[in-house]
Write a protein that binds this ligand. Structure first.
Ligand code: SAM
Length: 297
C-alpha cells in the first residue's frame, strides 16, 4: 500500500489502492496521521493535497475529506426522503460518522442505532476526520453498539424504518454484510414499508457483486433495485447502492413529492437534490442487462 517513488527529485510516499489487482488509483501521501492493524483490519489515515484527509481500510479507500459528502448524502437522503417519515434508523458500519451526521439532519428522526465492528475506526475518525461526524456521535438520539453487524441484526428484536449498511467491500469483516442471512435479518428488523439501502460497489468494476445482491434480495424484498452516485474516489464509474423494500412505490415518488419533503426538512446539501434523487434510480443499460441475466441464472 505505501510505496516510495522518486518524484521531482524527491522521494514521495504513495498509497496504492489494492481493491482491483490489475488497476487502481494512487495518492501521494503528504503525511501519515495514523496507521495501525486494529483487531479487525488495517487502518490508515493520511493527508493528500487534492483530497484532504483520507482513510483506507485493508488497502481500500473508504472516505476522503473532499468528496465524502457525495456518498453520505446519497446513501442517506434517498431512502430517508423516499420513506418520508423515518423515526428510527439503523446504521451498520459507517464508523467515520458521515452517514450518522446526515441521518440526524432529518427533523423526524427520534433514534439512531449504529452498529460498528471496529471502535478504532470511530475513535480515529473522530480525531482525524472530525467534520465527518461533526459531533453526531454525541447526539442524545444516538446509540453506538460495537459489534459485528450481522450478529446484531440476527439477535435484534426492534423495528427500524430505514436501515443503512455502510460497510467495507465483501471481503474481510465486511463479507458477512453481503449475505442472504444478513439481508433477511435486516428485513425482519424493518417496519412495514421500511427500506434497506446498502453500499454495493462500483458497478462497472464490481458488476458480479451487484448481480449477487440482486439474486440474494429475491424472496426477501418485494421491490429490489439499485441507484447510483458519482463518487470521485470510488474509482471506475458510478457507485451503486442497493435498494430493498416491500413497497414498490417508494422509489417511484415524483419530483414534486421529493421536492416538497426536502423543502419541509429544511437543511441544505451539496450533491443531493430532488432531481438527482429521482434520476439516480435510472441505471445504465449494461447494468439492467446484467440484472436480467442474473435473474435468469
Ligand atoms: N463508504 C465506504 C465504502 O463505500 O466502502 C465505507 C465506509 S465505512 C468506514 C465502512 C465501515 O464498515 C468501517 O467502519 C468498518 O469497520 C465497518 N465494518 C466492516 N465490517 C463490519 C461488520 N461486519 N459489522 C459492522 N461494521 C463493519
Amino acid at each position: 500500500m505505501l510505496a516510495s517513488t522518486c518524484v521531482e527529485k524527491s522521494v514521495a510516499k504513495r498509497f496504492q489502492e489494492s481493491l482491483y489487482p490489475a488497476w487502481g488509483q494512487n495518492f501521494r501521501v503528504d503525511e501519515v496521521l495514523f496507521e495501525s492493524r486494529t483487531d479487525h483490519q488495517h487502518l490508515i489515515i493520511f493527508r493528500n493535497e487534492r483530497f484532504g484527509t483520507v482513510m483506507a481500510l485493508d488497502g481500500v479507500i473508504q472516505t476522503t475529506e473532499k468528496d465524502e459528502f457525495v456518498y453520505h448524502e446519497m446513501l442517506t437522503h434517498v431512502p430517508m426522503f423516499a420513506h418520508g417519515n423515518a423515526r428510527r434508523v439503523l446504521i451498520i458500519g459507517g464508523g467515520d460518522g458521515g452517514i450518522l451526521r446526515e441521518v440526524l439532519k432529518h427533523p423526524g428522526v427520534e433514534q439512531v442505532v449504529q452498529v460498528e465492528i471496529d471502535a478504532a475506526v470511530i475513535d480515529m475518525c473522530k480525531k482525524y476526520l472530525p467534520n465527518h461526524s461533526a459531533g453526531a456521535f454525541e447526539d442524545p438520539r444516538v446509540k453506538i453498539v460495537i459489534q459485528d453487524g450481522v450478529d446484531f441484526v440476527l439477535e435484534n428484536r426492534e423495528a427500524f424504518d430505514v436501515i443503512i449498511s455502510d460497510s467495507t467491500d465483501p471481503e474481510g469483516p465486511g463479507e458477512v454484510l453481503f449475505t442472504s442471512r444478513f439481508y433477511q435479518a435486516c428485513k425482519n428488523s424493518l417496519t412495514e414499508g421500511g427500506i434497506l439501502a446498502t453500499q454495493n460497489g462500483v458497478c462497472f468494476m464490481q458488476l458480479d457483486e451487484l448481480q449477487t445482491t440482486w439474486r440474494r434480495f429475491e424472496g426477501i424484498f418485494a421491490d429490489r433495485w439499485f441507484y447510483g452516485a458519482a463518487v470521485p474516489t470510488y474509482v471506475g464509474g458510478i457507485m451503486t447502492l442497493a435498494w430493498g423494500t416491500d413497497d414498490p412505490t417508494l422509489r417511484r415518488h415524483g419530483l414534486e413529492t421529493i421536492a416538497e419533503r426536502v423543502e419541509q426538512a429544511g437543511f441544505s446539501t451539496r450533491y443531493y437534490t430532488p432531481e438527482i434523487h429521482v434520476a439516480a434510480f435510472a441505471l445504465p443499460k449494461y447494468v439492467t442487462d446484467a440484472i436480467n441475466t442474473a435473474e435468469s441464472a
